[in-house]
Structure formats: C-alpha cells, structure tokens
Design a protein around this ligand. Sequence first.
Ligand code: ADP
Length: 569
Amino acid sequence: MGLSSRQAPARFPFGRRLPCDIYWHGVSFHDNDIFSGQVNKFPGMTEMVRKITLSRAVRTMQDLFPLEYNFYPRSWILPEEFPVFVAEVHMMKDSDPSWKPTFIVKPDGGCQGDGIYLIKDPSDIRLTGSIQSRPAVVQEYICKPLLVDKLKFDIRLYVLLKSLEPLEIYIAKDGLSRFCTEPYQEPTLKNLHQVFMHLTNYSLNIHSGNFIHSDNVNTGSKRTFSSILCRLSSRGADVKKLWSDIISLVIKTIIALTPELKVYYQSDIPAGKPGPTCFQILGFDILLMKNLKPMLLEVNANPSMRIEHEQELSPGVFENVPSPVDEEVKVAVIRDTLRLVDPQKKKRKDVQCQTLEPVSEASEELLDAGPAERPEHDAGRSPEAGLPSLCLKQVFPKYAKQFNYLRLVDRVAALFIRFLGVKGTTKLGPTGFRTFIRNCKLSNSNFSMASVDILYIDITRRWNSMGIDHKESGMCLQAFVEAFFCLAQKKYKSLPLHEQVASLIEFCEYHLAALDEKRLVCGRGIVERRSAVVPCQTDGFRLTPAAHTPLLNRTAAASKFADYRNHRY
Ligand code: ADP
C-alpha cells in the first residue's frame, strides 16, 4: 500500500499514479521502481535475519567482543560445521564431566517452530536426508529459563530501525510475552519431544488444549511484557537493569547486522541515484534466563501485526475475534512508526529546526526505556497534540557513545564498499581486492601480491562453496571480513583481535585519506590550471568515492588525515 500526501491511500499496484510518501510492503523490499519517499523494508533484511546469517553475523562480533556478545547461545551451522560441533562438545564434556547439555536444532529459514527439535548428543542429529538438504543452526539449549506460573515464556519486542546511516533505533516500551502451555521441566530424554513444554511459539501452543485466550493483559497464554515486569518488580527484581540489558542486546544485535545491510543497500539503492529511504519494524524474540539475563533467540523481519486470533467456537467452526493484548501493543507500534517517519513532520521539523532540542547526551547510567515521552517538543501545536505519548523510545543515537566502539565491522564494510567498483554488486572481484591491498599499502616484502591473490582465492572459494547466494561470483562481505581479520593478525601479532582489527582499520583509513588528499590537491591543480594534465593515481578501475563526496566530507577526511599524522608522528 502506498500513502501519498496528495491522495487517499491506494492499494498497490492499482491506483498508484503519483509517487507516494510511504510505501508499505507486505513481506520484503522488492520494488525497484521507487525513486523517492520511504519504504517500510530494507533491502536484504529478510536474508540477514535468517538463522544462519544471523548466527554468522553475531559470531563475527563474538570473535571480536566475546563478553559483549554473550547474549546469544553458542551456535554451529549445519551441515558444514558438524565436525566442529562434535569436536567442541566432546572437548567441553571432557573438561567438565558434570556438563549435561541439551541442544536445539533449527532449520534455516524456518519459522513458527517448524522442524525444530531438541537433542542431548551431537550423534542424535538427523544428518541423513533433511540436514543435508536443509541447512540448520544447532544451538546450546537454555535449560534454566525464567518461569512465571511454572511456565516457560519468551518476549516479543518491537524495534524500529528508522535509519541505517546515520543509525537510528527505537524500541517499543511494551511487548508481548508468549507462554508455553505445559509446566516446564528441565530437558530429559523423556520430555525432549514435548513441544508445549519447551517451545513458546504461539502458532504451536494455540493447538494445545491448555491455551488460554484472555482479554486481560495480565493472564492467559499471551500477555503484555509490562505485566510480567510488574510481577517481577513486586518480587523485588531489578527491572531497570533488565531493561538496560535488553536495550543493550537490541543495539548490539543491530550493530552486528548493519555492515551487510549496508552492502545490500548500496546495491539496491546506489548512492547518488534517486531512490527511497528505508525504515523497518523488527520483531526481537528474547528469552529471559532464571537469573534475568536476556538471551536473543531470533529476529523477525516481518513480524505479525495481527490484532485478532482464531477461536474455535464449536468443533470445526472458527472465527476471528479481537485480541486485546495484541491490539494494545501492536497498534501503538504502527501508529508511532508512522508518526516518526511522517514526511509532513519532517517538513515541519526542517522549518523549525532552530527550536529543536539536541539529541540527548549518552548517559553513563543504566540504559533506560524511560517514562512515556511526548512525541515532539511542539506538542500542543502539532497535529499530534491529541495523540497518546510515544511508545517507541529512541535508544540510538541516544546511547551511541556507549556502543560506537563496537562498530568495527561497519568500518571494514565501508572499505569493502569503496572497492566494490561496479554499482549494484555485492561481491568484490580480484582486481578490487588487489586495489584495496595496494591503496592501503598492505603489501610488502613479507606479503607479496602473489600471496594476496592466494588469500583472495582461498577465502573466496571456501565462502562460495558454502554460500547460499550463487548469483554473483567474487568475494562476499563475510569473506572480506575474514581476510581482513587474517591481515590484521599478521600485522599486529600480539594484540587481542579487536585491537588488531581496529589498528588495521586505522592504518587503511589513514592511507586512503592520504590518497584522497593527494587527489584533492591534484583536482585543485586541475581546476586551477584548467587545461593542464596532472598525473594522479586512481583506484585502478574507478574514481574513489572521495572524488565525488561533498567538499565538507573531503575536508573532514583531510583534517582526519592531519590529526592522524600529528598523533602518530
Ligand atoms: P522459529 O523461528 O521457528 O520460531 P526460534 O528460534 O524462535 O524459531 O525457536 C522457537 C522456540 O524455541 C522459541 O520461541 C523458544 O521457545 C525455543 N528456543 C529457541 N532457541 C532456544 C534456545 N537456545 N534455548 C531455549 N529455547 C529455545
């Protein structure tokens, strides 16, 4: 559906004559004929939140920042990591014989609990047939979840990714708690198959005879998250700390997803060409452990926004009836998303920009979902004055200062994108990789260009052999990240990985800024001397983005270069 400011809402594709302000896609970003306005989906988001891709993206961050990313269960990708899975489990069992783990196997791309099963031992995996043809993630099973009324439950929180660059994230102040329908027991060989005890999916538990539809948000098999927080608070739990941990989990997860999303974005909506901007509502599924630590289960790119449920009135006769719990949470999320992306508001904002409050300073205290906010400072004057306060709370850039140090892979992705060359691609060719090495001055007597080619071929071949995307040849971002980590380890041997990577990023950015400055000077020379021909090094196959960036950015790049030089030398 497209919503134009000049016409009544029109259902796509019929009736769409004029460009719309907001395009509301049902499942994923798919319309390449949009040149303006805003689309409610990011290109590539559906691929990014698949179980395998998400596990990979989080694992890269776990390699860099193991403590910060300990909110995601240890995971292995099947079938390719089956031998590693077996070996690691044996090793852990050997070092701690009292460890009696359970694992959960989840098919990639599955949803609603489809195809999921629990196992006690790697040898229980149904490797024959299904796993070979349907890749999956196997994960450590969280055996001690927090129980309410003796039941396991998970939390669905709605998160608005309002912008990728600059990063803007909002979290809804209330969510849903979805309950199992059989009292929980820690997994044993006997109860492993009892889905109503172990899986919290609404779509499964609805079929249990014990499912309770309730009009009250505090009871039943689906409740508001705020009702759980009230219960916990009355038991003396530190609910503020819990919110802070949840906000941190959400921001860190999105930081893990952004590098690849940016690659998809520049491919579908190339910089410099007319295109829409994007925003997206994501559904975060979170499990609370007994000690109240939140653990990420998965991210949904297309969370259900249904506000009614099916009820069996008499045997075999179903009817859709309103669900007050869903309505309370979801209507607010959609309403506030539209308020936040409202193009009219943006125009008003531009007019009044001098009177706006600055974005809140990052707080050093606990991250706080805070009290209900007024939507804008102009409450009372704006058309929103009569609406309830916003349920969506900005957490980024509000808390940017606390998380920016984690955004290393984003900077690696920026290097990758710079050398991609042909617009619309997502993979780096061998020439692009060589140019990257040459321009960043990474090749030397110990690391010849022949070794560069071998590194490129080795890593690219391995990633392409396990990749899902065979459409393009070349090196994907994850492969580039792996190569980059290798180079960083080689160059800065004794440091921890994140410091090695940070040092190499700075090294590369420094040399590229120097190159950009040189080109800027060359460019000026050309302009000044008009017709003189000035020899000037290029990236080899295209001009660098610096040649096209606005002067402000280039000045910033040049002064960054000067800063770096002053500090280093
Ligand atoms: P799906 O997309 O099929 O719903 P999920 O990853 O959400 O897959 O898993 C389904 C359910 O299984 C979750 O809602 C949760 O109740 C349970 N679950 C998933 N992973 C774990 C885990 N690592 N530990 C404990 N329970 C889990």
